[in-house]
Design a protein around this ligand. Structure first.
Ligand code: SF4
Ligand code: SF4
Length: 396
């Protein structure tokens, strides 16, 4: 491996693990991962074996260059494995960790949480990510159980248990055609349930014939949604509520690597390992052409630092349209995630389906970001902007 190959991977190697593949007790209308089961139709169960669990933990720990090692358990629904599986994983982390600081995070739909799970997570310092799409009427529209029943009540019960046991958690919400018109209801709901780290993601999906699904967000509405929440946040919430999109925007304004891959110039740092040891380029690209190999045949390091994965990550910037290259906000947007580049420019180049919304959003926040950048450059807190909004508005 030459140095040119290694350089873009200065970040720690990161591979999230699917201990039960795409198996899930819910059947959310928009789930991008359920179809992954079709890749493994011949399998009778989707359980990661003890042998592969150990192989993964050994290799993952060996591949890390930083003192802190983060394991991420993802699904499907990772709570379909029982606690004994995770106890085994923690014991292996200790056995092979050689004293390193190890942290675990787990993304769940929250419906299977119990006192026993929460005690276990608290004792072992897990960070739990919960998926919920806002208030009941929004959440229950698309996030249904396999039998079609609504799930909001169970998720809220799960969140209550996490709070009761003092487990650290954050919230991930999906923005779709139904809740996109209610940004403040969405935002205030997350504040009500005391989530200070808020992540949300827009749905952009297509039917097999290429048409965008009806539950996807429209570009314009996506822009308006972000702007409405930003206007509220910038008034009173900076420093108290952390919203991934706004943090990433400020990072790019400061010319610092953003915390989310979608707004980075290049990506490819976050792979995923399926229950049978297959490793893929990204959670959104689990398909044969993006398979990097299997952990039985190659090491995680070989796969994640391969030229195939390097090319995958660099294609994010190489695949930008001329419209993006000429865009005032290319530095902030970077064409967002390649999975959403399904629209076509007047010149016939692929461009992000959400482009119009992102342009509107970045154009709206630009004066605020400029101000916060000046504050940070002067070593003052960017939250100062909350006392100077009138000045900024007058200058617009
Ligand atoms: S393809 Fe999209 S989600 Fe995957 S790593 Fe790249 S930017 Fe991130
Ligand atoms: S806002 Fe549109 S044109 Fe600008 S970088 Fe993003 S996708 Fe490209």
């Amino acid at each position: 491996m030459n140095n040119t190959t290694i350089a873009p991977f200065a970040k720690p190697l990161y591979v999230m693990l699917k201990p039960i593949g795409a198996a899930c007790n819910l059947k959310c209308t928009y789930c991008y991962y359920l179809d992954t089961k079709n890749l493994y139709k011949q399998e009778h169960n989707y359980k990661l074996s003890d042998e592969l669990l150990e192989k993964f933990i050994v290799q993952y720990l060996e591949s890390q260059t930083m003192a802190l090692v983060l394991f991420t358990w993802h699904g499907g629904e990772p709570l379909l494995r029982d606690i004994s599986f995770y106890k085994k994983a923690l014991a292996l982390q200790q056995r092979y960790g050689r004293g390193r600081q190890i942290e675990n995070s787990l993304q769940t739909n929250g419906t299977l949480l119990t006192d026993e799970w929460c005690r276990f997570f608290k004792e072992n310092n897990f960070l739990i990510g919960i998926s919920i799409d806002g208030t009941q009427r929004f959440h229950d529209k698309y996030r249904k159980a396999n039998n079609g029943e609504p799930t909001f009540g169970k998720v809220i019960h799960g969140i209550d248990l996490l709070r009761k046991h003092g487990v650290e958690y954050n919230i991930m919400g999906v923005v779709n055609n139904y809740n996109v018109d209610y940004p403040l209801e969405f935002y205030n709901f997350f504040k009500q349930i005391d989530s200070h780290f808020i992540q949300f993601a827009p749905i952009v999906e297509r039917y097999p014939n290429g048409d965008v699904t009806e539950w996807s967000v429209s570009p314009e509405k996506w822009g308006d949604f972000l702007i409405a929440i930003f206007n509220e946040w910038v008034k009173q919430d900076i420093g108290n509520y952390f919203i991934q999109y706004f943090d990433a925007a400020l990072a790019n304004w400061m010319k610092v690597e953003p915390g989310t891959c979608i707004f980075a110039e290049n990506c490819g740092h976050a792979g995923v390992m399926e229950f049978n040891g297959d490793v893929y380029a990204c959670d959104h690209f689990v398909s044969p052409e993006y398979k990097l190999g299997n952990i039985r045949e190659k090491t995680l390091t070989q796969m994640m630092y391969s030229s195939k994965q390097l090319d995958f990550g660099m294609d994010k910037s190489k695949g930008l349209s001329q419209q993006c290259h000429q865009c005032n906000y290319k530095f902030a947007c970077n064409g967002e995630c390649p999975k959403n580049r399904i629209a076509v420019t007047a010149d016939g180049e692929k461009i992000n389906y959400l482009c119009a919304g992102y342009y509107k959003f970045f154009d709206h926040i630009a004066p605020y970001m400029d101000y916060m950048k000046l504050e940070l450059d002067a070593k003052r807190p960017p939250a100062n902007i909350m006392c100077n909004l009138d000045k900024i508005k007058r200058a617009l």
